[in-house]
Design a protein around this ligand. Structure first.
Ligand SMILES: NC(=O)c1ccc[n+]([C@@H]2O[C@H](COP(=O)([O-])OP(=O)(O)OC[C@H]3O[C@@H](n4cnc5c(N)ncnc54)[C@H](OP(=O)(O)O)[C@@H]3O)[C@@H](O)[C@H]2O)c1
Length: 219
């Protein structure tokens, strides 16, 4: 398939490299101005991918968006004009609220949401480390996206394990709840994730989850 990765940071580079190794034609859209970018995963052989080429976008079967949530709408806005209406748009990021806007701005494109527990760390602009083996869930957001379950095999072939989840929003809410609990507390107290199992953190964790639960219930 022709796949464009928008936002080749840590997670985007991991997927770009893996999809390329699985035999797909992968191109990048990044904030860098060069027409080609080198990319290396761990100590593997470096590859070179096209960058910011409108023709890659016009021919793309899949646009994998791996920028962070607040960057999704501005990044897509610039590309919208060159995006084919049949191109499947896959949003892979933590956080909520982008899918509704993307669906309204790209009403004809199949829209798929993804969440991953792989760990990736950008060692330098052109080298990414796969720091943690995880799994990825994909699921349709709109009716055309619901018909894209074949993507499970495409993505699984590149970077297993991958599951198709008919209720992908549940998976995203769960990830959000986990992040609401773990991210602030580990940062504030400068502790590792596992230390939050300590009894001392329980009251704060319960308060945080109660608040997330209230928001989920309203939604
Ligand atoms: N890293 C992980 O292990 C991991 C694991 C699971 C989920 N996630 C989630 O995946 C998402 C991405 O995380 P990440 O760690 O990969 O972040 P990241 O390394 O910062 O990657 C985001 C990339 O998007 C680029 N970008 C921003 N705006 C752009 C634009 N308008 N056009 C093109 N490219 C643009 C950034 O470029 P600049 O760097 O030049 O600004 C950066 O390279 C986040 O939601 C994160 O929570 C990450």
């Amino acid at each position: 398939m022709n796949i464009v990765v928008l936002g080749p940071g840590a997670i985007g580079s991991l997927w770009a490299y893996s999809l390329h190794q699985a035999g797909h034609t992968v191109a990048l859209y990044s904030k860098q101005e060069h027409d080609k970018l080198p990319l290396q995963l761990d100590g593997n052989t470096p590859i070179t991918l096209a960058n910011n080429q409108p023709v890659s976008l016009q021919n793309a079967d899949v646009l994998l968006v791996t920028v962070k949530a607040p960057q999704v709408i501005p990044a897509l806005e610039v590309l919208r004009i060159d995006l084919h209406p049949d191109c499947i748009v896959v949003l892979m990021h933590n956080g909520m609220g982008t899918a509704e806007i993307v669906a309204s701005r790209l009403p004809n494109n199949p829209l798929v949401l993804a969440t991953t527990t792989h760990g990736a760390l950008r060692q330098s602009r052109h080298q990414v480390l796969h720091t943690g083996q995880g799994s990825t869930q994909l699921g349709g957001y709109n009716s055309k996206g619901n018909q894209c379950d074949f993507l499970q095999q495409v993505f699984a072939h590149a970077l297993p394990d991958v599951y198709w989840n008919e209720n992908i929003l549940d998976a995203l809410w769960l990830k959000l709840a986990i992040n609401c609990a773990i991210n602030p507390l580990t940062a504030i107290h400068q502790v590792k994730n596992g230390q939050l199992a300590d009894e001392a953190f329980k009251p704060t964790l319960l308060q945080l989850l109660d608040e997330v639960h209230q928001v989920m219930t309203c939604e």
